[in-house]
Design a protein around this ligand. Structure first.
Ligand SMILES: [Zn+2]
Ligand SMILES: [Zn+2]
Length: 247
């Protein structure tokens, strides 16, 4: 049983409407400011009616959907202890978790780290075990969402049986594997709780949703070859746009 087994993805109509929204948003956004450094990853992208700042963020939303995790995109601006304002990318209200998506070449994670420290609880630790009475075990968790680890069938013997062409296709179509990092500097696993059935991240042996013991649940680490990153590129339509938009 995989964590993503119930996922169907968007239907063709939803995808088409998103594609239209994406090309509109990219046209507005890039008129006159398209420079050589801009990759698709950094362009606005629609997914299920929400316009994300980048294709990477839209892909994170789709991947959270594939795990059955409820998300809110940029739900609020918070004030950090340092006084700085900060708008985290995702709030996952059912599992007491926030995600800041970090693109390649965007090192803007200091605020997420500060936010993670501000939300971590200070319940007492007795002999290494935290006696936490907070609503969320250890306080709300802030994660950095990294770009996925690419699928690389050539270095993995479980794909040895595939024809070279099939390997190429697999590497090309596969979104890679989900990667994350905790702002608490601790190992953080992803698992489905067998009590409440929700998929949650955890760094202590408690389900973040129901506080159950996660007995028998199998935890996955960042980059493990099981959770596929669902890539939302923003469509073929936008590639058909003429380049002469930048007047
Ligand atoms: Zn606590
Ligand atoms: Zn649970």
């Amino acid at each position: 049983m995989t964590l993503q087994e119930d996922f169907d993805g968007r239907d063709i109509f939803e995808a088409l409407i998103d594609d239209l929204e994406t090309s509109r948003a990219r046209r507005d956004r890039t008129a006159g400011q398209l420079d050589g450094d801009m990759t698709t990853e950094a362009l606005p992208t629609a997914y299920r009616g929400t316009i994300f700042r980048s294709a990477l963020e839209a892909s994170w939303a789709a991947t959270l959907d594939s795990l059955g995790i409820t998300w809110e995109y940029e739900p609020r601006k918070v004030t950090l202890p340092s006084g700085a304002g900060y708008v985290p990318d995702f709030h996952l209200p059912e599992i007491g978790t926030w995600v800041e998506v970090k693109g390649t070449g965007v090192p803007r994670i200091e605020k997420a780290i500060e936010y993670g420290q501000a939300l971590a609880c200070h319940c007492p630790r007795i002999r290494g075990i935290q006696h936490c009475r907070c609503r969320w075990p250890g306080g709300e968790l802030v994660l950095i969402g990294h770009p996925p680890r690419p699928m690389h069938p050539w270095g993995d013997e479980s794909y040895d049986h595939l024809h070279p062409y099939a390997k190429l296709r697999l590497a090309w179509r596969h979104g890679g594997f989900l990667r994350w990092e905790s702002t608490r500097g601790r190992r953080t696993w992803l698992a489905r709780c067998l009590d409440c059935r929700l998929v949650t991240w955890f760094d202590s042996a408690r389900c973040r949703a129901c506080r159950g013991p996660l007995a028998g649940a199998r935890g996955l680490l960042s980059g493990d070859g099981e959770v596929e990153f669902i890539r939302i590129s923003g469509s073929a339509l936008s590639h058909a746009e003429p380049d002469s938009e930048t007047t």
